[in-house]
Every structure is written in structure tokens, then in C-alpha cells.
Design a protein around this ligand. Structure first.
Ligand code: NAD
Ligand code: ZN
Length: 341
């Protein structure tokens, strides 16, 4: 089985991403030389166990977004203190995006910045959450409102973890994987899963290297996310993020098509990837009765990424880019085309 090594190039904060089966066993190679201790932040149901050659302790966090809080950061930081973790030591995040976001933020604030290594165990984590240094927690007022940019020193994606990942979590990851089909011209469908994950990680690594703090280019990673966030909110999170992103990309393709930014073939390609290849739903069928077009438009108008009127990430002749001031009529045409109420 092939292993892949990708580099996130950020001057003195550059780091490798390793993808392959069994690569968790290479963890020791990536520990900081001066680290005398490690804390592994994980959840009780994460299947991988890690072998470390320095004293280490495991700290468990709860499952589900309601545990992605400042309270959890405080609790695990107190455990770091009891264990005597210093700034020269290392934090290891072993789990999905929820774990790596928490471990990353705890590491960013522990002694004002301690090294962190991520071992993502979900598809979302491997292609998205563990890469790029966005860390943080939720408030009751909204998701990911408190956080920091804190790059890991390595990301180790052991494909063995995916063997136990529940179907619904796999589908969520495929929503994000589908996104990468539209960001570059590559034929990701020609690759096996390992190579495809490595390629997605590489695409994200390149985008992050070019725009670490999302002052421009990094925003393309939000492709499909404008309607997705509105759908998640209006369904009270009954629709999972990746499922919402799948629908959001189809919607964005229709908007771009209505605006004559893309042709029929490119619109059809969106259906081919999202619906035919990844078998993802392209309409929120299970929420039909709850869908309210006007409510969705209002939510999209207030999207935190919206700077000037309705803002979307849209495909077009120049590739995918941020487009502001989108006329509401195009949204109605797209809702009609998708036969949404
Ligand atoms: N920092 C970023 O750039 C970024 C990007 C995308 C998402 N995120 C964040 O990531 C989180 C979502 O991440 P996620 O989709 O990985 O969800 P998650 O971390 O909540 O994991 C989903 C579920 O799968 C379980 N699980 C994890 N790995 C498993 C495995 N190998 N086998 C069996 N069960 C396993 C978890 O315990 C959990 O119950 C959100 O909080 C989101 O805000 C962050
Ligand atoms: Zn996403």
C-alpha cells in the first residue's frame, strides 16, 4: 500500500501530512526532539491506539458539538497541568474534526502555544479539519466563534481508522471530498480512496499555504457552504454538515448556470460527481415540509462570510471564486430548477 507525503508550506511553520495504512506507527518520528511528555486528546470510541516512546497520558473528551466548549478546554488544560505538561512537550489530537479543533485550541493556548500533532480518524478530519490550523470551540451564540490559528507540526492520516467509521460520517466526508472535484481540474474519480484523500489533502494544503488566514483565496474552501449553513440552521442541524454541503454545491452550480457563468455540461458534471459518483442526496428530501425558501434566503443574506449583499462561492470561467451582490432572482431560478418549495 502506498504512503503519501504532502507538505503544507508556511515558512518556519511548514509541516508534513502523511497518508496511508498503518502510518500511525510512524508517530514517534514526528515528535519534537525536546518533548519529554505527550498528552493524547481523544474520545472513548476512537478505535486507534498509539505507541509512544515518551511518557504520555490520555485525556478523553465528550462526543458531540455540545462538548465543543470553553469548559472542555478548561477541563483538559487542568489535566495538562496535573500531568506537568510544559511548552516543550506535545499535544496529540486523535479523532475527528471535533477532537482536532479542541486539541488544537488547547495546544494554542497552553503556555501560549505548545506543539500539536493531529491524527484525524474521520474522512472530514483527513481532507479538511486537521489541515490548515483553524482551531476553536462553540458558544451558545454560534459555532466556532472562539478560536485561534494554530498550525500542527504534523498531520498523520491513518486510513485504517476509516474501517470503523459509521456510514453517515463517511457520507459527510464524501460531501467535502466532492467539493475538491470542482476546485481543480483533476479527475479524482480515477483515483483509489487513499490516493484521493491524499490529493484532497494536497489541494487543501496548497490553498492554505497561499492564504493562511483567509484574507482571500482560502474562501474557495467554502464552496457549497452558503446554502449548506442555511440548511443546517433551518433544519436545526437535522441535516448533517457534509450532506448540506452536497446540496449546497448543486445549488451553487445552478446559481452559476443561471448567471451564465457555467454551461450545461459543467452543471451536469456537478450532478455526476455529487449524486451519481458519491451517491449523495442533491435535494433535502427528508426536510421537504420544513423548507422555507424565504427563510433560507434571509439566512444566506446573514451568512458570516457575506460581505456585500448575497455572497456566494461560484464556479465560472476563471474557476471557483467569491462573488458578491448576487441578485435574488438567480436564487429563485435555482430553487425552481431544483424543485424546492
Ligand atoms: N478546523 C477546520 O478547518 C474544520 C474544518 C471542517 C470541520 N471542522 C470541525 O470538525 C467537526 C466535525 O468533524 P467530524 O465530521 O470529523 O466529526 P466528529 O469529530 O464529531 O466525529 C464524528 C463521530 O465519529 C466518531 N469517530 C471518529 N473517528 C471514528 C472512527 N475512526 N471510527 C468510528 N467512529 C469514529 C466520533 O467519536 C464522533 O462520534 C466540527 O466541529 C467542525 O466545526 C473544522
Ligand atoms: Zn465544510
Amino acid at each position: 500500500m502506498t504512503n503519501y507525503r504532502i507538505s503544507v508550506d508556511l515558512a518556519d511553520r511548514s509541516y508534513p501530512i502523511i497518508v496511508g495504512s498503518g502510518v500511525r506507527n510512524e508517530l514517534a518520528k514526528f515528535l519534537p526532539k525536546e518533548a519529554k511528555r505527550a498528552v493524547i486528546v481523544t474520545q472513548a470510541n476512537i478505535p486507534l491506539d498509539l505507541k509512544l516512546n515518551i511518557p504520555n497520558e490520555t485525556v478523553l473528551i465528550g462526543n458531540g458539538e455540545q462538548h465543543k466548549t470553553l469548559q472542555t478546554i478548561e477541563t483538559i488544560s487542568q489535566q495538562f497541568a496535573k500531568f506537568g505538561l510544559t511548552r516543550a512537550d506535545v499535544v496529540i489530537g486523535l479523532g475527528g474534526g471535533m477532537v482536532t479543533d479542541i486539541a488544537g485550541f488547547a495546544a494554542a493556548s497552553w503556555h501560549r502555544g505548545t506543539a500539536v500533532i493531529h491524527l484525524p480518524t474521520t474522512l472530514v478530519g483527513m481532507v479538511d479539519a486537521a489541515i490548515g490550523g483553524k482551531t476553536g470551540v462553540n458558544l451558545t451564540q454560534g459555532k466556532n466563534l472562539v478560536g485561534a490559528f494554530w498550525q500542527p507540526i504534523a498531520v498523520i492520516c491513518d486510513l485504517d481508522a476509516l474501517k470503523t467509521l459509521p456510514d453517515c460520517e463517511m457520507r459527510c466526508g464524501l460531501g467535502e471530498v466532492a467539493k475538491y472535484h470542482f476546485l481543480t481540474g483533476d479527475d479524482l474519480l480515477a483515483l483509489d480512496l487513499g490516493a484521493r484523500i491524499a490529493r484532497c489533502a494536497e489541494i487543501k494544503a496548497k490553498i492554505v499555504s497561499a492564504d493562511e488566514r483567509e484574507s482571500g483565496g482560502r474562501a474557495v474552501l467554502n464552496y457549497g457552504h452558503t446554502l449548506a449553513h442555511a440548511l443546517e440552521r433551518s433544519s436545526n442541524f437535522a441535516l448533517a454538515h457534509g450532506e448540506a454541503v452536497a446540496i449546497g454545491m448543486i445549488f451553487a452550480a445552478h446559481v452559476a448556470h443561471s448567471m451564465k457563468r457555467i454551461d450545461d455540461a459543467r452543471l451536469a458534471y456537478h450532478y455526476k460527481v455529487v449524486r451519481d459518483s458519491y451517491n449523495l442526496a442533491v435535494t433535502p428530501a427528508k426536510l421537504d415540509h420544513q423548507i422555507n425558501r424565504q427563510e433560507l434566503i434571509e439566512l444566506m443574506r446573514h451568512d458570516k462570510k457575506a460581505v456585500a449583499g448575497l455572497t456566494f462561492v461560484l464556479d465560472g470561467p476563471q474557476g471557483i471564486e467569491v462573488v458578491s451582490g448576487v441578485d435574488e432572482n438567480y436564487l429563485h431560478e435555482s430553487f425552481d430548477a431544483m424543485q424546492l418549495p
